[in-house]
Design a binder for this molecule. Structure first.
Ligand code: NAP
Length: 331
């Protein structure tokens, strides 16, 4: 069977596709015939050894995938050959068959497309935890989302709307602005891609303030970091919640006086650690996501699919800031 492998530290161009032996399930594991593996920003970091988890090489990247169970190991209960699943395993999804711990999987309900389901867990799982558990989102609040047309970003546009919020989407191009509007954003701010000086940063803060309105943003959902975080924090409202999700544009430093002036909170969101610490609450969140999906309130956008031989192109596209919604590799 075919597998994408990282054998050396480096970018997507260092990935190779090789024939490897088919896996057998270990204790507590099942083997899944992979239908689709969704690409996420952490995949770009892991292959460069820039992520908090550094698996031993060679391994297949690909943190989340969907498929059908084809073999069941010792000690696994509640699963059958033929069950349709999605899993979040950190890595290992970019191969035709993968052995995965049974406790990393969720059943895909009838009527939900298996390929589309591959794009649900990491983005929407992060955002439902971010908005509800960390952000205390309430009906009628205003949510400002940075990087709103990416994978996590679009999940936030849809979920914030599902929870009754007014959504201001911030993105770096008109094409991405249209994608955010199509997903339900009420207002869009386009920010520059090039480096901003002090005047440009002030100008962006004003644009955010105008878009969120006189009461400020109740929640800032910061997927991007870098030079965009401080202007966004300047547009937050009284007792607002600034949620820290990721740093594709770099790790920002924030002037703490702004938190005093707004009596606001800066709150970290670490979905992977939440899943490990509170699996039951995460499972409840995932069940809620499927309910929202069946009710038509969310609909994960896969903008492109790739065959396994071109998986490296999908990772490169994400890394180059060109991806919209999710890129998915189908087997
Ligand atoms: N905290 C958690 O638990 C958690 C869980 C999952 C993911 N994450 C993090 O969330 C972030 C987004 O992940 P994702 O899978 O949604 O990625 P994605 O689809 O690539 O979205 C990231 C967005 O960041 C923006 N961006 C700004 N500067 C960039 C740069 N230099 N390179 C690439 N993108 C840049 C882009 O939007 P614009 O061009 O519009 O600016 C892009 O759409 C990542 O940092 C990831 O590690 C965190």
């Amino acid at each position: 069977m075919k597998a994408v492998l990282t054998k050396e530290v480096g970018g997507p161009e260092t990935l190779v596709v090789e024939d490897v032996a088919e896996p057998t399930p270990g204790n507590g594991e099942v083997v899944v015939d992979v239908a689709a593996c969704a690409i996420n920003y952490p995949d770009t970091l892991m292959i460069r050894d820039l992520y908090q988890f550094k698996p031993e090489r060679p391994y297949s990247p690909g943190g989340e995938f969907s498929g059908t169970i084809s073999a069941i190991g010792e000690g696994v209960e509640g699963w059958q050959v033929g069950d349709r699943i999605l899993a979040s395993a950190g890595n290992g999804g970019l191969r035709e068959k993968v052995a995965v711990a049974a406790n990393r999987m969720f059943k895909v309900p009838e009527g939900i497309d298996l390929v589309q389901a591959s794009a649900l867990l990491m983005t929407y799982g992060t955002t439902i935890h971010g908005l509800k558990d960390r952000g205390d989102i309430k009906d009628g609040e205003t949510v400002l989302i940075l990087g709103a047309a990416g994978g996590v970003g679009l999940s936030c546009v849809e979920l914030a709307k599902a929870y009754g919020a007014r959504v201001v989407a911030a993105v770096s191009s008109e094409e991405k602005a249209q994608v955010a509007r199509d997903a339900g954003a009420d207002e869009v701010v386009i920010y520059p891609r090039e480096d901003m000086d002090k005047a440009a940063s002030k100008d962006l803060a004003q644009k955010f303030k105008d878009a969120v309105g006189p009461n400020g943003a109740d929640i800032v959902y910061d997927i991007v970091g870098g030079q965009y975080s401080e202007p966004a924090l300047r547009s937050i409202g009284w007792e607002g919640r600034f949620l820290v999700i990721g740093f594709p544009a770099g790790i920002p430093k924030m002037p703490l006086n702004l938190t005093l002036l707004k009596s606001c909170d800066i709150r970290g969101v670490f979905w992977g650690a939440f899943v490990a610490r509170e699996p039951k609450r995460n499972a409840d969140n995932i069940a809620e996501l499927f309910d929202l999906w069946k009710a038509g309130k969310i609909n994960p956008l896969i903008s492109e699919t790739y065959p396994i031989d071109r998986a490296h192109e999908a990772i490169a596209k994400l890394e180059n800031r060109e991806a919209v919604g999710k890129l998915v590799v189908t087997m």
